[in-house]
Design a protein around this ligand. Structure first.
Ligand code: GLA
Length: 364
């Protein structure tokens, strides 16, 4: 029997940037998925998880997407991709146990994909290249699951490092590490507990808007990704007001990623908080991916003493936001945010303390 862990992720800055070829700043978190794995002498993989029906997968017959299989499609997709390059000459029994709220924008799907791929590499005795792990799992998400995401989530889950954020260049798919020493402040996760219903259609719509914006700018300027453009070029080339707002988010958000790394390196937490607030406004007003619940979390968080900045994190349309809060005020602050949120939205939100942890690994 062997145990493995894959973290979820938060993104500290740079949302809706990965598929526009720029830099993003995610970090792997202490909430995540643990898997207990046993080899079996069969050609079956038994998948189970607390609170979900068990699935038995025949490696020779069942490796295609089936709506009714729900969560088990993620490990199925990974198995199918792995078998394109390697063999699995044994059966498996995998029990998943998650502390990550599902569908909350903390990358539970990337976590189960990367975790399963890592287990397969490890048990097959293949050397693990974490960049390749991330790219393979992104391909599973794109082609097997059918979600057109960028590489950020899978990369953060595979490559995370304790107490560091990853400054990931999505063009080259390589990263440098940025130490997170938040001094007397802590990052906190706020879950809106709103299921992210519109996410896939709106996500694809935003991607298409970015592609169109890039095409218009490229008519006049020699750039290869939207994050290379500046506002003057965008204004000169894009007449449509909505497209211009989308492009403006990408251009300004990308700049904020470098700015926030600079502020973090200099211990300028007030500066970090201000950049987080500006990022939230940009995601809300220019990119239109926030919504009532995430805006309410932001409003309650920033209006309560002790908080110096907040922003939604991930794709948006529900899911989670983060806040930077004075550590010794967190409890009082959290109670006030929960109360304020309940009054406006009518259901509870959840607030989680977390630490920044290593990417996928063996526990024992
Ligand atoms: C989702 C996607 C990522 C990224 C974020 C937004 O989490 O999976 O690839 O695009 O949204 O930053």
């Amino acid at each position: 029997m062997k145990k493995y862990f894959a973290p979820g992720r938060v993104n500290l800055m740079g949302d809706h940037i990965d598929y526009n070829g720029g830099k993003v700043l995610p970090a792997a978190i202490s909430l995540g998925i643990t898997a207990t794995v046993q080899r079996e002498k069969s050609r079956f993989v038994r998948l189970h998880s607390d609170g979900h029906p068990e699935k038995i997968i025949d490696l020779e017959a069942d490796l295609y997407f089936e709506e009714k299989d729900g969560w088990a499609n993620y490990p199925k997709g990974v198995l199918s991709d792995f078998l394109k390059s390697f063999e699995i000459p044994f059966g498996l029994d995998i029990h998943y146990n998650s502390t990550l709220p599902e569908g909350s924008g903390l990358s539970s799907s990337a976590a189960i994909e990367v975790l399963t791929m890592y287990i397969l590499y490890d048990l097959a005795g293949e050397p693990v290249n974490r960049r390749e792990l991330a790219l393979r799992c992104q391909a599973v998400e794109n082609h097997f699951i059918g979600v057109n995401c960028g590489v950020m989530d899978q990369y953060a889950v595979a490559n995370g490092r304790k107490n560091h954020a990853l400054l990931l260049d999505c063009n080259t798919v390589t990263h440098t590490e940025a130490a997170i020493k938040a001094g007397k402040y802590s990052f906190v996760i706020m879950n809106s507990c709103k299921p992210r219903k519109l996410i896939e259609s709106k996500y694809n719509e935003r991607r298409a808007e970015c592609e169109e914006s890039l095409r218009l700018i490229q008519k006049k300027y020699n750039i290869s990704t939207l994050t290379e453009a500046n506002e003057i070029q965008a204004e000169a080339c894009i007449n449509d007001k909505v497209l211009l707002r989308r492009a403006r988010h990408v251009i300004t958000e990308h700049r904020r990623v470098e700015e926030v790394v600079y502020a973090l390196n200099n211990g300028n937490f007030i500066g970090v908080g201000e950049l987080m607030n500006r990022s939230h406004f940009s995601l809300r007003d220019d990119y239109a991916v926030s919504g009532m619940e995430l805006d309410t979390l932001f409003n309650c968080a920033t209006a309560t003493p002790g908080c110096i900045g907040s922003r939604m994190t991930g794709a948006g349309f529900g899911g989670c936001a983060i806040a930077l809060v004075e550590t010794d005020k967190i409890n009082v602050w959290a109670e006030s945010v929960k109360k304020g949120y309940l009054e406006v939205i009518g259901h509870n939100c959840e607030i989680y303390p977390f630490s920044i942890e290593d990417g996928v690994h063996v526990i024992l």
